[in-house]
Design a protein around this ligand. Structure first.
Ligand code: ZN
Ligand code: ZN
Length: 422
């Protein structure tokens, strides 16, 4: 019998505990823990020996069984030769983890194990003797056992894909690392004041270290959309830092009056059950006339990728100054850009962070309004990625055609607002 033979090999020399015996058969029958499998198989071995069957078993493995005929030698049971009885220490280890997690608010957790080289070697030695056909690794059993102890003590759910907290228990050091995973909040924001970049922007002189010109803040701009929104949320969640993931961004000097989607990531939050309605009000009150948020809701990490992949058409309102006068009827020439595919070489101003290549972007709609002979207003709906300032100015001929080229005069955007994102 294959099972008996395998079990006999495991128990042939030295003591092996029920966990380590049972783990050898982990892939057989469900609904049992390895310790139960080990106990059952040890009992069957006992039946066989008591019936007179000859099996080479170290008697140290038979001390718990009450035989009728078979007479094992009395032996003192030492520690398990595979695991050093490590499973007996799990409740105490789990308790230490639980004590350290008490201050954090979370619902889902994943617990993993890191093993010593010594333990892995002993396991491999065991496998050499008994084979690996139905077995599970000790690492997997230890992870599960400590994970179950922690989750049941704290009444939390195990989550492999998106745990809010991750614990790795290092069995060699007998210590553990807790990673509190980020909190993700989805929403839309509007920007009512020019000169505020979307995300943190290090001082160009000192690269963020702090210098005289940035008044030792390390920041190029005093305020960012990110910070204006994040500070109250970091405070409410007792997080340590934030990251801002926007569905694209408007220029520093452009307003955004239509609402842009974003995900605010709060790193290492202590609290997760936030009153988002209240936070929304608070953010909007503090940042009145600068930035506002709407539709805040909890989301997960996947939403960040979704936003980054989103290609939205945008509508802009631009105030344009011309370097030579035009007549009102000249503005009809701009209609030619409607539906036109624009060849846009990477603008001079973003060359430092984008590859220099020519992109095709469509102007979906465009209309112009006469303000004065040297000032017009333009409303443009463009395909995602169309650079509006360059569509107007031609960027020294790098964008073709442009408002400047069709009017035959130099043109420059002086005010730019995002008014629609879809
Ligand atoms: Zn063991
Ligand atoms: Zn500086």
């Amino acid at each position: 019998m294959k099972i008996i033979d395998t079990a006999a090999k495991v128990l042939e020399k030295g003591y092996v505990c029920d966990h380590c015996l049972g783990r050898q058969f982990a892939k057989l029958l469900s609904g049992y823990t390895n310790i139960e499998r080990g106990r059952h198989i040890r009992t069957v071995i006992g039946f066989a020996l008591d019936s007179g069957e000859k099996l080479k078993i170290d008697d140290v493995n038979l001390q718990d069984l009450k035989f009728r005929d078979f007479k094992p030698k009395k032996k003192k049971v030492p520690v398990c030769k595979v695991c050093d009885n490590i499973f007996d220490t799990i409740p105490e280890k789990a308790k230490r983890v639980v004590d350290n997690l008490k201050d954090y608010e979370f619902d889902t957790i994943l617990v993993g194990a890191r093993l010593s080289g010594n333990l892995i070697e002993k396991e491999e030695k065991q496998w050499e003797a008994s084979g690996i056909e139905f077995c599970e690794s000790i690492k997997s059993e230890l992870s599960r056992e400590i994970g179950q102890s922690v989750t049941s003590a704290m009444k939390k759910d195990l989550d492999r894909a998106n745990p809010q907290v991750t614990v790795v228990y290092d069995f060699e050091e007998d210590d553990f690392e807790i990673t509190v995973n980020s909190l993700y909040i989805y929403g839309t924001y509007k920007k009512f004041k020019r000169g505020i970049p979307q995300t943190k922007w290090p001082c160009s002189k000192c690269r963020g270290l702090g210098c005289e010109s940035c008044e030792w803040t390390g920041k190029q701009y005093k305020e960012t959309v990110e910070e204006l929104i994040a500070v109250p949320v970091i405070e409410a969640s007792s997080g340590i830092n934030s990251k801002f993931h926007g569905a694209g961004r408007e220029d520093i000097d452009a307003l955004n009056l239509c609402g842009r989607e974003f995900v605010l990531e709060i790193q290492e939050p202590v609290k997760r059950s936030l009153d988002l309605k209240k936070l929304e009000k608070e953010i909007n009150k503090i940042n009145k006339d600068k930035v506002s948020v709407e539709n805040l809701e909890m989301c997960d990490k996947a939403k960040v990728v979704e936003l980054k992949d989103k290609k939205a058409d945008k509508t802009y309102l631009a105030v344009v100054e011309l370097d030579a006068p035009v007549k009102k009827e000249d503005l009809k020439k701009i209609d030619i850009l409607k539906g036109k595919t624009i060849k846009q070489q990477t603008p001079e101003r973003v060359m430092h962070r984008r590859a220099d290549l020519v992109r095709d972007r469509k102007v979906l709609d465009i209309s112009a309004e006469f303000v004065s002979s040297k000032k017009i207003k333009i409303s443009v709906k463009g395909e995602a990625g169309l650079y509006i300032k360059e569509l107007v100015s031609s960027d020294g001929g790098r964008t073709k055609p442009s408002v400047s080229s069709v009017l035959g005069v130099g043109a420059k955007v002086v005010d730019l607002d995002v008014v629609g994102i879809e």
